[in-house]
Design a protein around this ligand. Sequence first.
Ligand SMILES: *[C@@H]1O[C@H](CO)[C@@H](O)[C@H](O)[C@H]1NC(C)=O
Length: 307
Amino acid sequence: MKIWIALVLAAFAAGASAQTCTCETLKWATCEESPCSCTILVGNNEKQTLDCTKLIPKCFLMKAEMYRARKGQDTRTIGGKPVETAFVDNDGIYDPECENDGKFKAKQCNNTEECWCVNSAGVRRTDKGDKNLKCEELVETYWVRIQLTHKPLTTPLSTANLKTAIADAIHKRYDNFNKDMVDEIQYDPDARLIVVDVKKPMGERKSDLTNMAYYMEKDVKVLPLFKNQDKFEPTVGSQKLEMEKILVYYVDEKAPTFTMKNLTGGIIAVIVVVVLAVIAGLLVLFFAKRRQSQRYNKAQQREMEAM
Ligand SMILES: *[C@@H]1O[C@H](CO)[C@@H](O)[C@H](O)[C@H]1NC(C)=O
């Protein structure tokens, strides 16, 4: 009888441990028992071991997404600048090279001959060059500005505790993210826009803002990366805020070195108009000259005939 109880208890224990070996921070992960270890495929027969007690580094996530995209699997995960040097990710996802600890390598080439330098968020911060391009170091992103647009509300939002509510929601959802780094929140009720500045001290290397920002991008743009498919819905006062848009600006410890980054659409349009006007002017001049010389030739001919 005692043996039976022991066996039943052992079976329960085994069942319980089987249940705990799952990857809460990445729904695509595969986990194996005893000892519990979770991996994700990032290439043909290339597995990345994951620490599922934390947010998975963005570099590993992007590698996994690119692999899933190549395989045709479900990849549906895939107010303005805070400062003049801030920039957004216009390139989107590529197949990155990661360090063993999940950091991005400073130079990325997406398996091509064309290379560029990235920041610690894996976002391009230089022009593209050839494979001889030098990237001295991985420049740290110390400030992200997250612009969230929430869905329409029937009653106006109470903004009294907005910052605390947003900071709490981020802390709870993204691996106990340090609330103190949620620096400032601005709100525009007409645009339904919440601007969240998340900053760490320059030179600080213990914490990372970019994994949190990436998980949030996925939460809002597509589907959560978490096993649990709950939405990111901060509770403000008595209201739940559902988000519909997100835009992330990156501010690095060193300014990016894009060329012509100030040559925005407006200026380009002005240049095009000026160039067209000059060409039109030259054409008018050319035809006017030609007509003049034709008239001159005819006059000359007539004079000749008269003689
Ligand atoms: C990376 O390469 C893939 C195809 O191999 C392409 O679809 C994607 O646009 C590239 N990304 C960048 C940022 O160059």
